[in-house]
Design a binder for this molecule. Sequence first.
Ligand code: FE2
Ligand code: FE2
Length: 262
Amino acid sequence: MSTVLLPTRTLARAAAHNLRYPVCDLLAPSTIACASRQKARIHSTPSKTSAAAAAIEPSPSPETTSNGTPIKPLTRSQRDFLDSALRVNQAGELAAVLIYTAQTPPLLRSHPHLRPLMKHMHDQEAGHFSYFNSLLAKHRIRPTAMYPVWHAAATVLGWGTAVMGREAAMACTEAVETEIGTHYNEQVRVLLDWAEKLEERGESMGDELGTLVGELRRIRDEELEHLDHAVENHAKEARPYELLTNVIRGGCRTAIWISERV
Ligand SMILES: [Fe+2]
Ligand SMILES: [Fe+2]
């Protein structure tokens, strides 16, 4: 549990920091509009604060990729999409870590042979959470304001389904991973669509976004692996399976919708 609480506190500090230095999504090469927005927002802050903000402002991105292809700066709506997507991803991975953390003790009491599997899935989720934490910090994207609510809800969901039994715990995993796998697929599809359109014009969205696509695919594949593990471990024998998975999947979609916006 402590591995989860530490980054949570760190993120709370980062969230407070972002309230002072508003978000300026910087996955794209820096743009004049972005710089102007930042300058306008810090205009009324004390000079010491302005100097600190300037010191942490990333240097302008290169104008070509490592292989010399011109980089096209993202539009405002594309940057907004990425801000929302990464905010949701970070919240989702927090929830995943907490679900497995809460499920593990009750589940292992009755099914100790599941220890390696639970540790494997938990550790992968912790890696995903750490990756999105680093992206949010690097690009100064604020975490969702619902962070404390998702924190509590995920813990209750994990503990509650594990107390219901192995089948319910695995049905929870199946439901969550189905939704999150779909969510990552959609992000990959959007980014590949951007890349394809740019490529047709002899441009690129940049090495960093190319790396992001690769990481999203890797993480999506690991989520789908968790889904397979859940089905192999009798998720579909949960009772009542349909009600349980539909409620959890609906909850996931609602949490994604809210986290994209607040
Ligand atoms: Fe994950
Ligand atoms: Fe997962």
